[in-house]
Design a protein around this ligand. Structure first.
Ligand SMILES: [Zn+2]
Length: 442
C-alpha cells in the first residue's frame, strides 16, 4: 500500500523541536512521512488507517555497529576458555569466520535481520568477515537486506591476519561494493570501506585503502582500541597510538566509524572530535569480553559524536541502551551521571551518523522524513511529555514489546507477526542444519 494513515495517541519523535506529540495522524505516502497533524484533521479520511491505540509511535531504530556473520554461533560450546580479548578472537571468532560459506553468510544475515525487525530496528550498519568466502559476500548480505525490506550499510573487514590473498580480496570486495552503490544508488543499501582493526593491518595495506577511500569519496568502518592490546601492538610495532596511526593515513573523518574506542586517550578523543569521526560504543560486547568500558562522559565533553551499536551481542537497541547506562554508572562510579550522554547515542547520534549515508532522511518522525516507524505496546503509567520521554524510553518502553515495524512505508511486522514473503520455519530449520555443519568444520 502506498498511502497509510497511522492514528497515534503518542508519538516520540526523536526530533528536538517537538519530542512528544499527542493524538496525531501520521500520513505516509510513497515511503515518506507526508504530513503530521492532529487526528481530528483526518476525520473522514477514506484510505487505509492503522489505529495505534495502546501503542507509542517512534522512529525505526538504528544499529550503528553490527556483525550479521556471528548469528550461527549461538549455542556453540566448543571454544576454549580465553584469558583475554585476543584469545577470544583466536578461540572463537577467527575460527568461525574462516569457515563461513555463501549460504551461511546469507542465512546469518537473514535471521539477524528478522530478529532486528522484531525489536524495531530498521537500519543496520554491518561489519562483515568471511575469509573463506570474500568475493560476493557483500552481495549475499545485500540479498538478505533486500528480501526483508530494512536498510543496510555494508562493508567487508579487510585484515592481513589471513595472508596477502585474503587481504587483497577484502579490498576488492569493498571496492566493488562501493562502486556498485555509487553507480546504482539504492535507498536500502549503502557502503563503507571496512577494516578489521589496526593491529591486523600493515602500513602498506592502510596506504592502499587510504588511496581507494579518497578515490571513492567514502568513509571507513574499523574497530578501534577495543582492547588495550590494540594500543600496545600499534605503539610497539608502529610507534603510534591507534587513532594517530589511522589519522596519519587519512582514514578517520566525518563519514567514518571508529567502533569501540574503549582504550583511547584525550589526544585521540580530540582527533576524533576535530575530524568529526563517529565513535560507536557497544557496551554489552565490551562487558562480555571484559575489555573495559568506554569513557562516554569524557568523549562527549570533548565533542565526540558517539553512536550506539550491538556488535552482534543482540539485535535489541533498547536493551543495549539500558546496559550502556548501567555500565557508565559503574565506570564513573556515579549512579547519577551520563543519562543524556548515553541516551543521545541512540536517539540523536545514531540518526546523525546514518544520515551521513542516507542524506538526512532517517531517524525521526517528522514530515518529509523516511517513513521508518515502529509501534511499541505501551500505555504510559506516568505523564509522558517533552520532559519525561527519555525516562520512559530507558525504563519503560525498553521493557515493552514491539508490535509493528515499518520501513520506507512498507509494513515488515504488524501485530507482532512478520508480514514478509518468507517461510521463517523453513529458514530456521535450514539455518540449524547449516550451523551443525559449520560447527563440525570449526
Ligand atoms: Zn565489532
Amino acid at each position: 500500500m502506498d498511502r497509510l494513515l497511522i492514528k497515534a495517541p503518542y508519538v516520540i519523535s526523536f526530533d528536538e523541536s517537538q519530542p512528544v506529540m499527542r493524538d496525531v495522524g501520521v500520513l505516509i505516502n510513497d515511503g515518506i512521512i507526508e504530513r503530521i497533524a492532529p487526528s481530528t484533521d483526518f476525520d473522514g479520511y477514506e484510505g487505509d488507517i492503522l489505529d495505534a491505540e495502546g501503542r507509542v509511535l517512534l522512529p525505526g531504530l538504528i544499529n550503528a555497529h553490527h556483525h550479521f556473520y556471528s548469528t550461527l554461533v549461538r549455542g556453540y560450546g566448543k571454544a576454549k576458555p580465553s584469558k583475554d580479548f585476543v584469545e577470544v578472537l583466536n578461540h572463537l571468532w577467527w575460527r568461525l569466520d574462516k569457515q563461513l560459506r555463501q549460504d551461511d553468510v546469507y542465512l546469518s544475515a537473514l535471521l539477524s535481520i528478522l530478529d532486528a525487525i522484531r525489536h524495531g530496528t530498521t537500519t543496520i550498519i554491518d561489519h562483515h568477515a568471511s575469509p573463506g568466502f570474500v568475493t560476493g559476500s557483500l552481495s549475499a548480505i545485500a540479498k538478505a537486506v533486500k528480501e526483508t525490506g530494512i536498510r543496510g550499510c555494508l562493508c567487508y573487514e579487510v585484515s592481513d591476519r589471513d595472508g596477502q590473498a585474503v587481504s587483497d580480496a577484502g579490498i576488492e570486495e569493498n571496492y566493488h561494493w562501493l562502486q556498485q552503490v555509487n553507480n546504482a544508488p539504492d535507498p536500502f543499501l549503502k557502503g563503507l570501506f571496512g577494516m578489521h582493526a589496526a593491529f591486523t593491518l600493515e602500513d602498506r595495506t592502510l596506504r592502499r585503502i587510504s588511496q581507494l577511500v579518497h578515490e571513492l569519496n567514502c568513509g571507513a568502518h574499523i574497530h578501534v582500541a577495543e582492547a588495550l592490546s590494540d594500543q600496545q601492538y600499534n605503539i610497539n610495532h608502529h610507534g603510534k597510538r591507534v587513532v594517530e596511526r589511522l589519522h596519519d593515513f587519512g582514514l578517520i573523518g566525518d563519514r567514518s566509524i571508529a567502533a569501540h574506542c574503549v582504550h583511547i586517550n584525550a589526544r585521540e578523543m580530540m582527533l576524533l572530535a576535530e575530524t568529526r569521526t563517529a565513535v560507536v560504543t557497544n557496551p554489552q560486547s565490551n562487558l562480555n569480553n571484559a575489555v573495559g568500558i568506554a569513557d562516554l562522559v569524557r568523549m562527549s565533553d570533548l565533542g565526540v559524536t558517539i553512536g550506539l551499536g550491538t556488535d552482534a551481542m543482540t539485535t535489541n537497541m533498547l536493551e543495549e541502551l539500558r546496559v550502556g547506562l548501567w555500565a557508565q554508572h559503574l565506570k564513573q562510579d556515579n549512579p547519577s551521571c551520563a543519562f543524556m550522554e548515553v541516551t543521545n547515542t541512540l536517539v540523536r547520534n545514531n540518526p546523525l551518523i546514518a544520515n551521513r549515508y542516507w542524506n538526512g532522511m532517517l531517524g525521526s518522525v517528522k514530515s518529509g522524513k523516511a517513513a521508518d516507524l515502529i509501534l511499541i505496546d505501551y500505555q504510559p503509567p506516568t505523564p509522558l511529555n517533552d520532559a519525561t520521554w527519555m525516562g520512559h524510553l530507558v525504563f519503560g518502553l525498553s521493557q515493552a514489546i514491539v508490535d509493528t515495524t515499518i520501513c520506507a512505508g512498507r509494513i515488515l511486522m504488524w501485530n507482532k507477526q512478520l508480514s514478509l514473503d518468507l517461510d521463517e520455519a523453513e529458514i530456521t530449520s535450514q539455518a540449524s542444519e547449516l550451523a551443525s555443519r559449520l560447527w563440525d568444520r570449526m
